[in-house]
Design a protein around this ligand. Structure first.
Ligand code: HAS
Ligand code: CU
Length: 576
């Protein structure tokens, strides 16, 4: 029985989440091709000043809306399917879904309004929306509503689990639910940083209630959230690699306890590393940066464990299908299945992207690549492929399950995932190499006019051609993907080929100690690590630059040289 037959109400919410995600994908992909052709000077249909509106839309719609709506869809499926029960109260489920949708529309309108001069609304602040760039309050309010929606989604999944636990006392948490709950614990801890940045500083500032902010403080709070958010995108992809990929390979997950260890390590280590995005920020002492570098290197461990477990499971599957030899088993894998091939290619790209992450994380080498095109290279191999391609490939299996329809265009799906792979190879190859010769990121005009800049690794013209070619392939691949899922959703007179079951792991939860399921313990340790990593740096940032900027601490007497308005003026009149 498919998921759609077994849980029609839940299937509807999963479908709605996926469609919201795909609308964002379509918009983001369109902006992506516009800006790639613009920066490479191949086709210019926008002004260079509009480039930043496009870039913000590209970033926010893809890394916030596309990824997180897909996440809630997958997680709703995973919790319901693995617990064998739906949410405690569907009205609550629709409430968080509604909040996420309203928040997206608010933030989206604020961004898109940047294309016209008809209003004074705009939000060209990029997806890394820290000060000193300021957006219209609508943007920040939209983000707040959206994040509250995700928090309530987590509450919903915890409630489902607690209800299941009272019916099944003493049983181990089913692995997919375990992955959902641990991700959400990480998300609660991490998103507090961005919530404080917005509610205490950016929103009051954009509303004119306070005059200024301490940019280093809002950057640090942003990155406190900005590193773990990358795992909020990655972990649903990991969930699919751990549950679906072994099955599609023809076998079973190698080890359930190892998978639990991986997700626990993400709770513990995802957050106390954010300062690795700030190695070049003045105002944070080198010693703190060094501690963060060490934590980041430990954080490689869960992904290296994942590489081992997932590839071992694939090998087990291949051997069930008759594969032999040290490497020959690779040929026994189901390469004609787009869901499998897409995920395997995503994993392959992720291995390379992970290595570039190690480069970024080294304090000294980071000085070479920071703020260059290398970083978007890293972004596109990671969230842009490991995550995005896994989501697309996963959709070829999930959409039939949640619609009850058979996948349309299986061979086209194969073409789609291979096109994505090729596109990303060209585009990121160009970005990584361009970054190494110092081509900057986040700019509409990376021009070297007047001379043909010949360089050891090739010419800029050649790099630009590769970038544009890669981007074009990615755009075509996205259009194909959207066509296939829409056709599948309309393909009513058919049944999915797969029965939707996920086989149990070779080594089950009973092989791991009970303490793995002690979520309170892991949360407590994570909080201790964060307190150690962040208390002193944050205190010294506030000490050096004030809560609201140098000398503008509302709790201290206000310097007369500065003319306060809003809340400060009100406070001053009370104080004097
Ligand atoms: Fe990162 C910057 C360090 C992972 C995303 N990162 C970014 C930015 C984004 C991003 C969006 O330390 C830019 C933000 C901005 O706009 O400024 N990153 C790391 C490290 C990791 C890492 C150490 N990043 C990610 C993931 C992301 C992501 C995941 C999104 C999903 N990153 C950095 C640093 C910066 C940074 C610095 C700041 C740069 C700067 O200066 O601005 C690690 O988590 C990576 C670990 C991964 C591995 C790979 C393991 C391999 C596996 C593959 C298995 C193979 C399979 C397939 C399954 C060690 C798991 C087999 C196939 C067969 C056919 C057999
Ligand atoms: Cu990071």
């Amino acid at each position: 029985m498919t998921f759609a037959d077994a849980y029609p109400d839940q299937a509807r919410i999963v479908r709605m989440s996926f469609w919201s995600s795909f609308v964002a994908l379509a918009l983001g992909a369109f902006f992506g091709i516009l800006q790639a052709l613009h920066r490479t000077d191949i086709l210019r249909v926008i002004d260079s000043s509009t480039y930043y509106t496009v870039l913000t839309g590209h970033g926010v719609f893809l890394v916030i809306t596309f990824t997180i709506f897909f996440l809630v869809g997958v997680y709703q499926w995973a919790v319901t399917d693995s617990l064998g029960r739906g949410p405690v109260d569907m009205r609550f489920t629709w409430t968080w879904h509604g909040l996420m949708t309203i928040g997206t529309i608010m933030a989206g309108v604020a961004i898109l309004a940047g294309f016209t001069d008809a209003t004074d609304i705009d939000a060209d602040v990029l997806f890394t929306f820290y000060a000193p760039l300021a957006a219209h309050p609508l943007f920040y309010l939209g983000l707040v509503v959206f994040v509250i929606g995700t928090w309530l989604a987590g509450v919903d999944w915890f409630r489902s689990w607690l209800a299941w636990r009272s019916d099944n006392p003493g049983e181990r948490i089913p692995l997919p639910t375990f992955m959902v709950l641990t991700t959400m614990i990480m998300w609660y801890i991490a998103s507090i940083g961005v919530a404080v940045a917005i509610v205490a500083f950016l929103l009051p500032w954009s509303l004119g209630i306070v005059d200024s902010v301490n940019p280093l403080l809002t950057r640090t709070l942003f990155w406190y959230f900005g590193h773990p958010v990358v795992y909020f995108w990655l972990l649903p992809a990991y969930l699919l690699w751990y549950t679906l990929l072994p099955k599609l390979s023809g076998g079973r997950l190698f080890s359930d306890p190892l998978a639990r260890v991986v997700f626990i390590l993400f709770i513990l280590l995802s957050t106390p590393v954010g300062i690795h995005h700030q190695y070049l920020d003045p105002g944070i002492a080198e010693g703190f940066k060094f501690i963060v570098m060490t934590n980041t290197m430990f954080l490689l461990l869960p992904s290296l464990l994942t590489a081992f477990t997932v590839v071992a499971s694939m090998e087990h599957g291949a051997r069930q299908r008759g594969g032999e030899g040290y490497f020959d088993w690779l040929t026994a894998l189901p390469w004609r299945d787009p869901a499998f091939t897409g995920m395997a290619l995503a994993g392959l790209v992720f291995a390379f992207g992970g290595f570039t992450g190690i480069v970024n994380a080294g304090m000294n080498i980071n000085y070479l690549v920071h703020n260059t095109l290398w970083v978007p290279g890293h972004i596109h191999t990671q969230v842009g492929t490991a995550v995005a391609l896994t989501f697309m490939a996963g959709s070829y299996w999930l959409i039939p399950q949640v619609t009850g329809n058979r996948l349309v265009g299986r061979d086209l799906g194969l073409v789609q995932v291979v096109l994505w792979f090729l596109g990303i190879v060209f585009m990121t190859n160009s970005m990584y190499r361009g970054g190494l010769i110092g081509i900057p990121r986040r700019t509409a005009e990376p021009r070297y006019t007047g001379f043909e800049y010949e360089i050891a690794v090739g010419s800029v013209a050649e790099l630009e051609f590769q970038l544009a070619l890669g981007a074009a392939l990615l755009f075509v691949s996205t259009v194909l993907f959207l066509g296939i899922v829409i056709a599948t959703a309309l393909n009513h007179d058919s049944e999915p080929l797969d029965d939707g079951t996920i086989p149990p792991a070779l080594s089950g939860p009973e092989d791991g100690p009970l303490v793995l399921d002690n979520l309170k313990l892991w949360t407590a340790i994570a909080i201790v690590l964060i307190v150690i990593a962040y208390t002193v740096p944050l205190a010294s940032i506030v000490d050096g630059g004030g809560l609201f900027g140098p000398g503008i601490d509302p709790f201290d007497p206000i310097p007369t040289a500065l003319e306060p308005t809003g809340l400060l003026a009100a406070l001053e009149s009370v104080l004097t």
